[in-house]
Each structure stands twice: as C-alpha cells, then as structure tokens.
Design a protein around this ligand. Structure first.
Ligand code: ASP
Ligand code: MG
Length: 450
C-alpha cells in the first residue's frame, strides 16, 4: 500500500480563486496528500454540456463562451505567475470554441466527451499554478494517460487492470517527488479518444485512482461537512455522522443521498481504503470517515430520500398458484433492457420500481414496447410522482419491534411498496412526492432526535 492519500475537490471547492486557495491550504496541512483530483470549476460542466448539445444561435454560443472565459480569467487574474496557465487555458478555450461550432452543426457522444472534458483540463491548470505560487511542489498530470476506459462515451466503464498498470508505471513514481494534480471525470479509450465517466463522476475517478495507486486514504472535499443523519435542508436537526461503515454509506449513496457518486465506494471497498468526506469551506468542522470497521453500529443510522420514482404494478389472476409468471415478466423486462430497482410481490400482483439508467435526472420510463408485451400477460399500471424513503441502519432484519415504531410514526401517510427484511441495512417504501419531506421530518424527529 502507498503511504499517501488521494484528495478530491468538487466543483464548488474549486469554484474560484478563494475556493481554490482553501483547497491549497488543506493540502498544505496534510503532508500525506500526494495526489489531488479536481473537478471543473463550478458551473463549467453545465455550460460545456449546453455547447455540446449544439447551440445554433451564435449570440448565445458566444455568451456561453464568454462566461467560460470569465470564470477562468478571474482565477488567472489572481495568480502570481499566470503566464503558462494563461496560455494553456487559452488554447483549451480555442478548442472549446471550435468543438462548440462543430456541435452546433452535428453533435455526437464522442464530440460531447471531448468538449465537456475541457472543464477539468482547465481547472487543473489553474489549481496547479495556484499551488506552485504558494510554494507547493505541484505538477499537473493528464489523467487520460492512465485512466483507460471502454468507448462508451458519456458513461464509460473503467478498465481496471490497465489503469492499475499504467498508474503504477506513470503516476506512483511522480507522487514520490511531487504533489500531483489531475482531473476527475475524464479518461480515454484504447484509441486515445477522450471519454467521461458520467455526470458527477469525479468522485468515482478519485476512488479508481486511489485504488490503482493503493492509496492509504481517499479524501472527498465537497461543500457539506460530511454525511448527516438526513439532508439538513429537509430536517434542520439532522446531525453529522463521524464514522460510518462502507455498507451503510453505500446504501445511502444508492438511495439518493447526494453526497457521493454511487459508484465511488466500490473501488474503495475493494481495496479497503478509508474514505473521508468533508467541506473544503469549513475543514475545521471535520467530516465523516467511511471505513470497514466502525466503533458503533446503531440500529438507525440515517434517512435518505430519492424522488422521481416510477412504479409499475402488474396484476394477473393467473399469478395465483401459478409458476413461471415472474420469469416471463422478467424475460420481457430484460428483452427491453428495463432495469428493476425494488420489487415486492403479493399473490396476484407484483410491484416494481425502475432503475435510473440515464443521467438526465428525470423519472425513468417504461418503454411502450415493453408495456405492450407485458399487457399480453397481465394488467399494467404505471405511476409517477413518487419518492423513495429509505431508513438505513444495522441488523434491522433481526431486530423486533422497530417496524411498529416506524409505521406507527407514519400511520397518517399512504405508504406504497414497502420493502422490509430483504436487507439488514435498510427498510424502504414509496410515498407520494407531495408528502415525502414531511415523512422524512416525522421519522427523523421520532427516530433520531429522541
Ligand atoms: N465536472 C463533472 C460534472 O459536473 C464531474 C464532477 O464534478 O464530478 O458532472
Ligand atoms: Mg460533484
């Protein structure tokens, strides 16, 4: 195992010169950090995505290009020695201009990745120079030289063996002498085309890189001081969690706690690398450590909320005492590449929620062709505007009595599709969107504020 840490800074952490300076101070205060993974400056990826989608209106295109130039220029203006970073950023902005024009004629996934990657390519030039100005022995590294992926542009899959090999060869030795600054979110395929891991993918990048260099720890610096018992914007009395297990944290990420990209913990868990989550704005507040072994494993740990749920209910009298019905249902779903998230069954019906497979953030849809085929087997009902509430904790399937407390608290709510007992780490159910926050508030008061 390497003796150094990998630190990742999110978009808000590197939003401008002041924010980047706070990151540099964090790095100065932890001499153990040798590898820094940065997102694009806040807002930049959104602007690049807009350009990549094709902006035909030249005035709007120039407006976006000017905004991009301004964000980066504002940092350059504050650097002591801006010459090199300025010329690098200006060259990248030229590429952005050229690609934006191409995208306005015809966009493609490949072109999109090339374009949106420019955000991280620019921010890392700025952060590196800012660190150098402060006397840190920093060097910028193009992560595309090690982060090999397949060619699935927009949501590329990492090729772990190659990444490990290239990291050990090219990245680890560099970390002996320098604090290396590199990009999150981006990679390259075997042909050298730029790829991306999907929106919000910098956390995942950082974890993959930490795994490949066998880091001793992974720090994720963001704009919240760690993981809370629930989103404090929903329940103001939510409290910070100082230590949480990988299993609990994975459940939270999967169930929509928007603190970490859901894939982030997979590489960390594989290599047993402890993960820290904290706020670069208030590092003194501490944060949350996610580890394999934790000191306490309370029955109730946290509440997560995931909205935009689509529930499909399939009913058939034939399901009663029949075999093969569920197999047929899943055959149809598999054929149409519909990925199922949660499922509950009764004697004559089965309810399921659909997985969020694209990155648009909208509610997942049941494809019409799948619906028609299912209708040959049973009645099909599709409901939207539902939210999933997940109670996360430990040994829940073995403890008696708590379900009564949970459901008693929510007796006035119309709960749908309750999943209980399948996982020792969660109990979850659907409620209508209009009452979802209220459900979280009531449960938080009852289970966490006592
Ligand atoms: N810059 C990318 C995004 O905004 C990746 C990241 O920040 O994690 O999606
Ligand atoms: Mg992010």
């Amino acid at each position: 195992m390497s003796s150094f840490n990998v630190a990742k800074f999110g978009g808000t952490s590197v939003a401008n010169f002041e924010a980047m300076s706070r990151c540099a101070a964090i790095i100065e205060n932890s001499p153990n950090t040798k590898l820094v993974v940065s997102s694009a400056c806040s807002g930049v990826t959104n602007l690049l995505v807009e350009l990549a989608n094709g902006v035909q209106d030249q005035t709007r295109r120039n407006e976006v290009l000017n905004q991009l130039a301004d964000i980066h220029q504002a940092v350059l203006n504050n650097l002591e020695d801006a010459t090199q970073a300025a010329s690098e950023v200006s060259a990248i902005l030229d590429t952005v201009t050229r690609l934006a024009e191409a995208a306005s004629i015809q966009s493609s996934h490949k072109l999109t990745d090339h374009l949106v990657a420019c955000g991280e390519l620019m921010s890392t030039h700025l952060l590196t120079q800012l660190m150098k100005d402060r006397g840190i022995n920093a060097v910028r590294f193009d992560i595309r030289d090690v982060l090999r992926t397949d060619s699935n542009f927009g949501k590329a899959e990492p090729e772990l063996d190659t990444i490990r090999q290239l990291s050990q060869q090219n990245l680890v030795p560099l970390c002996q002498d320098f604090v290396v600054v590199t990009q999150g979110f981006i990679g390259s395929d075997a042909e050298g085309n730029t790829t991306t891991l999907g929106r919000g993918g910098s956390d995942y990048s950082a974890a993959l890189i930490a795994e490949s260099v066998e880091a001793s720890g992974l720090e994720i610096w963001t704009d919240v001081p760690g993981i809370y018992t629930t989103d404090p914007r929903i329940a103001p009395k939510a409290s910070p969690i100082s230590e949480i297990s990988f299993s609990e944290a994975s459940e939270m990420a999967n169930f929509g706690a928007k603190i970490l990209h859901p894939s982030t913990l997979v590489p960390a868990l594989r290599h047993d690398i402890p993960v820290f989550v904290g706020s670069s704005k208030e590092p003194e507040k501490g944060g949350t450590w996610i580890r394999h072994q934790v000191e306490s494993s309370p029955l109730f740990r946290a509440l997560a909320l995931r909205c935009n749920q689509t529930m499909v209910t399939l009913r058939s009298a034939k399901m009663f005492h029949a075999y093969g019905f569920l197999a047929k249902v899943f055959e149809v779903l598999a054929k149409h590449k519909v990925s199922v998230d949660l499922i509950t069954t009764s004697e004559i019906s089965v309810s399921l929620t659909l997985d969020q497979t694209d990155t648009s953030g909208g509610a997942p849809q049941l494809p019409e062709a799948a619906r028609l085929e299912l209708e040959e087997l049973c009645t099909v009902e599709v409901e939207h505007n539902l939210c999933l509430v997940a109670l996360i904790g430990n040994n829940m399937s073995e403890s008696k009595g708590y379900a009564k407390q949970v459901f008693g608290t929510l007796e006035d709510f119309n709960l749908r599709m309750i999943c209980y007992g399948a996982s020792p780490h969660n109990l979850c159910f659907l409620v209508h969107e209009s009452v979802s926050k209220q459900a979280i508030q009531k449960l938080h008061t009852e289970l966490f504020e006592g």
